[in-house]
Design a protein around this ligand. Structure first.
Ligand code: ADQ
Length: 466
């Protein structure tokens, strides 16, 4: 029987009781593995003095999880280096933050080769291999070099940048070439897909075929856009559950009749947090009657704290939120509650429901699941308003949100004003349309679309292969 071999940088399976505190991706992949049965392989997150390739295997909640330890140098050069100091900033349009260092290239290549060596013995000939995200772009190529013939797919969770931006990467051609060793390459949005196709055609002289395949580097592969969705049903159930209701009540009491605006993000420069704070400040300054009657709750979980740009953005956000609070606060009101910790799904759901506005304004984002969570958590009879950046992948599907340019303070400040005074009839109308999308384009739809495309190649390609 065919199994699915899912490979990602880290693995985080849900707990046995299904009460996972992990994000949407982990839930999605666990669900995929339960449905199709298989193995989830990745880095354990631990480092050892010397790489051994020793696998740790755990069976739990219907999923077999296999992990491997890496060396400290691997973590520094591959994870903190090439993945998070070279590719992440570049793919989020921050070439000013992108570090191009040969040791990072080498670390990235070394870890991808190590992943290939370690996972290879776990793969049976009939299995389907599904590789995830920018950490592991060349893994398919490494597996082919080791003789793997299986159908292999790759899904990029972040945005694919425009051709000229991408070309600033010293080894950009090799990276794209390595993607052509997969059978299927999937992106979050049409925008990312188009950017990749433009590279293939204009930089590489490749050809796009009407069946969705692309030909370059002597290979023909399938391309597609597969927008990731929420595990909507359990999330909505959590939002309607007792624990969420308790949290909503707790928030209501602490609101004391004020309107709450809410943001939830990993603490990352791509999420536009500083711009959001400044837009909110603009709103307070230009709407004096709102002072003391609103506040912004910003939950930002620290991440990638070993990378200097993350230390810098954290310090900036401390300073900007502190300055705004200092300038506007009164004896019994602070305009920004800025919280650096993470919350469980049910807690977040309760808070989302208490918020009149969900402020989701990344400068660039592959998709952004928070936008979908905010919608899924709302009270159908009295929903809040989603304010969404045009540069989040989610904006392609969520046109009924108030779409804003996160680089324009005034536009965001106007959207806050509009959202807080929107009639209930308009809020309900917009929310119903958004919720329909969240429910139908959920994580199961995403997974099935990708896996079906991987398992069933287009007829032309199949005919050529025989
Ligand atoms: P991320 O950049 O991490 O994901 P996002 O899609 O918003 O961004 O997912 C974050 C997840 O973490 C959400 O489920 C959110 O609830 C959770 N989270 C964030 N802060 C939290 C906190 N303080 N407490 C608890 N949970 C918190 C990458 C890409 C995205 C893409 C996803 C999935 O950058 O564009 O949508 O992968 O493909």
């Amino acid at each position: 029987m065919s199994r699915l071999i899912v490979i990602s940088n880290r693995v985080s399976p849900p707990a046995e009781d299904g009460e996972a505190s992990v994000g949407g991706l982990a839930m999605a992949l666990s669900a995929a593995l339960r449905e199709y049965s298989g193995i989830w392989f990745g880095w354990s997150g631990r480092t050892v003095p010397e790489f051994t390739g020793q696998l740790s295997i755990e069976r739990g909640a219907g999923v077999t999880v296999a992990t491997v330890d890496l060396e400290e140098q691997d973590r520094d050069e591959y994870y903190n280096g090439y993945a998070n100091r070279t590719l992440w900033p570049l793919f989020h349009y921050r070439i000013d933050l992108s570090a191009y260092e040969r040791s990072f290239d080498q670390g990235y290549a070394r870890v991808n080769a190590r992943f290939a060596d370690t996972v290879l013995p776990l793969v049976d000939p009939a299995d389907f291999v599904w590789v995830h995200d920018y950490h592991l772009i060349p893994l398919g190529q490494e597996l082919r070099r080791r003789g793997l013939k299986n159908r292999m797919g790759f899904f990029l969770h972040i945005h694919w940048p425009p051709r000229r931006l991408f070309a600033t990467l010293p080894n950009h051609r090799e990276l794209v070439q390595s993607l052509f060793d997969y059978d299927l390459v999937g992106f979050q949005t049409e925008d990312s897909l188009t950017a990749f196709q433009e590279y293939v055609v204009q930089s590489e002289g490749g050809v796009l075929h009407p069946d969705g395949t692309a030909e370059a580097f002597g290979r023909r592969i399938q391309l597609g856009s597969f927008p990731i969705g929420l595990d909507a049903e359990p999330f909505t159930a959590a939002a309607n559950g007792e624990s969420a209701a308790g949290w909503r009540e707790r928030m209501r009491q602490s609101l004391a009749g004020r309107q709450m605006i809410m943001g939830v993000d990993r603490l990352d420069y791509s999420k536009g947090l500083e711009e959001r704070f400044l837009a909110y400040e603009d709103y307070l300054r230009t709407t004096p009657e709102a002072q003391e009657r609103v506040f912004l709750l910003q939950v930002a979980t620290p991440s990638r704290g070993d990378v200097p740009a993350y230390q810098e953005i954290r310090a900036r956000l401390d300073a900007v939120s502190g300055r705004i609070n200092g300038a506007f606060a009164t004896a019994d009101w602070v305009p920004i509650r800025y919280v650096n910790r993470s919350y469980r799904r049910d807690e977040l759901a309760g808070m989302y429901r208490a918020a009149c506005i969900g402020l989701v304004t990344p400068l660039r984002d592959g998709m952004n699941l928070v936008a979908k969570e905010y919608v899924a958590a709302q009270d159908p009879t009295d929903p809040g308003v989603l304010v969404l950046s045009q540069f989040a992948g989610a904006a392609e599907q969520m046109g009924e949100a108030l779409i804003v340019n996160p680089f324009s303070r005034e536009e965001m400040s106007d959207a806050i004003r509009r959202g807080l005074s929107m009639s209930k009839a308009e809020r309900v109308r917009r929310w119903e349309s958004l919720m329909h999308g969240v429910q139908t384009q959920d994580v199961t739809a995403w997974r099935d679309a990708f896996v079906q495309a991987l398992m069933h190649p287009p007829a032309v390609e199949a005919a050529e292969a025989t």
